[in-house]
Ligand binder design. Sequence first.
Ligand SMILES: C[S@@+](CC[C@H](N)C(=O)[O-])C[C@H]1O[C@@H](n2cnc3c(N)ncnc32)[C@H](O)[C@@H]1O
Length: 273
Amino acid sequence: MSPTATLVVVDGYDASTYGERFAEVYDDWYGDVSDIEACTKRLAALSAAHGGGPVLELGIGSGRLALPLARLGVEVHGIDASASMVERLRAKPGGESVTVTIGDMADLALADPPPFSVVFVAFNTLFNLATDADQRRCLRRVTEVLAPGGVLVVEAFVPRDDVAAGAEASVAPRRITADEVVLTVSRVDRAAQTITGQHVHLRESGIRLRPWHLRYLTPAQLDALAADAGLELEVRSAGWRGEPFTDASEVHVSTYHRANVRPVREHPPADPR
Ligand SMILES: C[S@@+](CC[C@H](N)C(=O)[O-])C[C@H]1O[C@@H](n2cnc3c(N)ncnc32)[C@H](O)[C@@H]1O
């Protein structure tokens, strides 16, 4: 972790903790958590529409999205705080073709980065930055590494009213098999807009704690943060296929361009079937 990183909001938890504790189970638990084909096709189309340059993924993890994207012919770069997650990526076919930096995406310290046509952060990963300051710093750095006509794409959940107003703490079974139980223990701090949790993984061989900590934003709050970084919302959909975003949407995929640049009209990208 870099000397400027400030992520000490939960005792014993820093930028690398999530990845280090989840790497062993990540692909098994989350390998098919979202529509990889729609996501990677959309990102490849965005890259083509915005100069055809390289694409950077923040929190690239085990390459769930980055490797299929690279297989579409896109030059993919990534950053991740967890060496164990990146080891998983490297061990997969094509893993050597992706340029990965181990580091904190709040700093986004990349050695000699090219101008990126697309920077993306998927599956709520922006919320892994646990303070307003880190989220702000990250988006400002994104603006600096984007090509003049490039775009930032953020995929994140929309905080539901019951997260904003309701249950403060919960324990729920996540996975029950003959050989293991995973209990999700979580606590919401509504004032700070954080959720702190543990997947408590119980097996015959012992207990493994898999902690996570999120600072969630509403789409409007994300737009304000992006504006602070010099970015403006271009289009928001409810998924990677360009599904219409409504008040009932649980997820958003939001594309931002520099505030002073006229958007390239490639949207809506695909039919939502
Ligand atoms: C939910 S996983 C997503 C991985 C991948 N993007 C995907 O969609 O499968 C979050 C990833 O972000 C990484 N991460 C968390 N906080 C980070 C930070 N501050 N800087 C860089 N990477 C971080 C974790 O190590 C993990 O690999």
